[in-house]
Design a protein around this ligand. Structure first.
Ligand SMILES: [Zn+2]
Length: 369
């Protein structure tokens, strides 16, 4: 079945300026200044590969708009918003922890949040079946009163709150497959039973001491936050098992009206900021699983928004696999990394990974019907 897939891309996203760094470290003695880990390259190459493969031309362009102050304030504090705006009007600065941005960064960040909102609009209006918002800066580490891990505003959470406030959507599920913990959504929806937040991430990778199995939501939101902290080195079979045994059963139980996937590709093999072994066929398989469950429970309504992914060469192929699956259009472009990544030792489910997934399965009992 052909699906209409929307795509959000604005050149200005690539102009978000993380400055001169050495990886994630600010420049200065004793480390030579270089490129910041979060720079335009992986995203631009992802979009370029879509074009070269011929897929981009078959996607439906969605024009992003700026999230309004009202939209931002459904998630963030007024103080934080004012602070970012003031710094952005001057020379930029740091939004909190490891989140540098340049002059005008505020406007780019509101366009990133609004890009995810526009994707949600297009899906809810039925103009398209599903959508990918290739936005920048990313959002899933941003908390109500501080930026974190390269993220200024919590793009996906802002779009979710907007869908509830303005578009009549009741229940939303997040399935965050970025290799780092989706701490922003966890915090924002901690007491909220209308949003199920699921994060599949590398155990204690980033933020520090975040994303534990036992962090399960509180109050009315008890049971509605599910963390699956996989051991470093997990491969495709571990990811598939997590989806089959935890993610999909949780979605069936919760029955969201819309699924949002904060989509980082840093769980891919050879990513500099993660130690997992996903490959493009793995991402294709997870996307297929998500489409199948979305077809069953929410008329196929899925919006993906871009988060991390730091290997310039591999990220475009992971992205292409996801986009081919979302749109059901297979291009002739093959992933040259597949043979290498498929053959990595440990792609099969390992006993210690199985043990962790068994523990995560128990969380399904805490999720109310
Ligand atoms: Zn990440």
């Amino acid at each position: 079945m052909r699906r209409k897939t929307g795509f959000v891309w604005q050149e200005i996203y690539m102009w978000h300026d993380t400055g001169t760094h050495a990886g994630v470290l600010p420049p200065g003695v004793p480390i030579q200044p270089g490129t910041h880990a979060e720079n335009p390259e992986t995203k631009r190459r992802f979009k370029n590969l879509l074009e070269i493969s011929g897929l981009y031309q078959q996607l439906h362009h969605i024009e992003a708009y700026h999230a309004s102050e009202e939209d931002i304030l459904r998630v963030h504090t007024q103080d934080y918003l004012n602070q970012i705006k003031a710094m952005s009007d001057e020379t930029g600065g740091d939004a909190g922890m490891l989140t540098p941005f340049g002059k005008g960064g505020f406007e780019i960040a509101t366009l990133a949040a609004g890009g995810v909102m526009a994707a949600v609009d297009a899906v809810l209006d039925g103009k398209i079946d599903n959508a990918y918002a290739l936005v920048r800066p990313p959002g899933h580490h941003a908390e109500p009163d501080m930026g974190k891990g390269f993220c200024l505003f919590s793009n996906a959470a802002i779009a979710a709150k907007y869908a509830q406030a303005k578009r009549g959507i009741e229940k939303i599920a997040f399935v965050d497959w970025d290799v780092h913990h989706g701490n922003g959504a966890e915090k924002i929806f901690w007491n909220d039973p209308t949003v199920l937040t699921i994060s599949i991430h590398q155990d204690r990778c980033f933020p520090p001491d975040s994303g534990d199995l036992c962090d399960n939501g509180e109050g009315a939101g008890a049971g509605y936050n599910i963390n699956i902290p996989l051991p470093p080195g997990s491969g495709v079979d571990a990811y598939e098992a997590v989806y089959d045994r935890v993610v999909i059963p949780a979605l069936h139980k919760f029955k969201p009206d819309l699924i949002i996937i904060p989509s980082g590709f840093d769980a891919g093999a050879h990513d500099p900021l993660g130690r997992m072994m996903m490959h493009s066929e793995g991402y294709r398989s997870l996307t297929r699983k998500m489409l199948a469950v979305a077809d069953e429970i929410c008329s196929g309504r899925i919006v993906l928004c871009h988060e991390g992914g730091y290997n310039d060469a591999t990220v475009p192929f992971f992205g292409l696999a996801v986009m081919e699956t979302l749109s059901s259009i297979k291009t002739e472009t093959e992933d040259p990394f597949m043979a290498l990544f498929e053959g990595l030792a440990g792609q099969e489910l390992q006993p210690h990974q199985d043990q962790l997934i068994k523990e995560a399965e128990k969380l399904l009992n805490n999720l109310p019907e």
